[in-house]
Design a protein around this ligand. Structure first.
Ligand code: F3S
Length: 62
Protein backbone atom coordinates (compact mmCIF):
# COMPACT_ATOMS: atom_id res chain seq x y z
CA UNK A 1 0.00 0.00 0.00
CA UNK A 2 1.20 3.48 -0.88
CA UNK A 3 -0.26 6.92 -0.20
CA UNK A 4 -0.11 10.05 -2.31
CA UNK A 5 -1.24 13.60 -1.65
CA UNK A 6 -2.43 15.70 -4.57
CA UNK A 7 -1.02 19.10 -3.72
CA UNK A 8 -3.30 20.77 -6.24
CA UNK A 9 -6.23 19.60 -4.11
CA UNK A 10 -4.85 19.68 -0.53
CA UNK A 11 -5.88 22.79 1.42
CA UNK A 12 -3.43 22.14 4.25
CA UNK A 13 -6.04 21.40 6.89
CA UNK A 14 -3.66 19.00 8.61
CA UNK A 15 -6.23 16.34 9.47
CA UNK A 16 -4.18 13.57 7.86
CA UNK A 17 -1.14 14.47 9.96
CA UNK A 18 -3.33 14.48 13.06
CA UNK A 19 -4.72 11.04 12.27
CA UNK A 20 -1.59 9.36 10.94
CA UNK A 21 1.62 11.34 11.60
CA UNK A 22 3.72 8.28 10.79
CA UNK A 23 2.69 8.48 7.14
CA UNK A 24 1.74 12.13 6.54
CA UNK A 25 3.68 15.28 7.24
CA UNK A 26 3.26 18.96 6.46
CA UNK A 27 5.71 20.23 3.89
CA UNK A 28 7.38 23.65 3.90
CA UNK A 29 4.66 24.86 1.57
CA UNK A 30 1.99 24.15 4.20
CA UNK A 31 0.56 21.24 2.27
CA UNK A 32 0.67 17.59 3.19
CA UNK A 33 3.08 15.04 1.86
CA UNK A 34 3.01 11.27 2.30
CA UNK A 35 6.04 9.11 2.98
CA UNK A 36 7.49 7.54 -0.11
CA UNK A 37 7.35 3.83 -0.56
CA UNK A 38 5.40 1.06 1.01
CA UNK A 39 3.31 1.73 4.13
CA UNK A 40 3.98 -0.89 6.77
CA UNK A 41 1.11 -3.14 7.69
CA UNK A 42 0.57 -1.74 11.18
CA UNK A 43 0.02 1.75 9.74
CA UNK A 44 -2.29 0.86 6.88
CA UNK A 45 -5.49 1.22 8.88
CA UNK A 46 -4.70 4.71 10.15
CA UNK A 47 -3.43 5.75 6.71
CA UNK A 48 -6.76 4.63 5.30
CA UNK A 49 -8.56 6.60 8.01
CA UNK A 50 -6.57 9.70 7.12
CA UNK A 51 -7.49 9.22 3.49
CA UNK A 52 -11.18 9.01 4.35
CA UNK A 53 -10.90 11.92 6.77
CA UNK A 54 -9.48 14.39 4.28
CA UNK A 55 -12.21 16.99 3.67
CA UNK A 56 -11.21 17.54 0.06
CA UNK A 57 -10.24 13.96 -0.83
CA UNK A 58 -6.68 14.93 -1.69
CA UNK A 59 -5.25 11.58 -0.60
CA UNK A 60 -5.03 8.58 -2.87
CA UNK A 61 -4.16 5.14 -1.55
CA UNK A 62 -3.23 2.31 -3.80
FE1 F3S B 1 -4.34 18.23 2.94
FE2 F3S B 1 -6.35 16.62 3.26
FE3 F3S B 1 -4.22 16.31 4.69
S1 F3S B 1 -6.47 18.80 2.94
S2 F3S B 1 -3.41 18.37 4.93
S3 F3S B 1 -4.35 16.09 2.51
S4 F3S B 1 -6.30 15.97 5.36
Amino acid sequence: MKAFVDKDVCIGCGACVGICPEVFDMDNDGLAVAIEGEISEDLQESAQEACEGCPVSAITIE
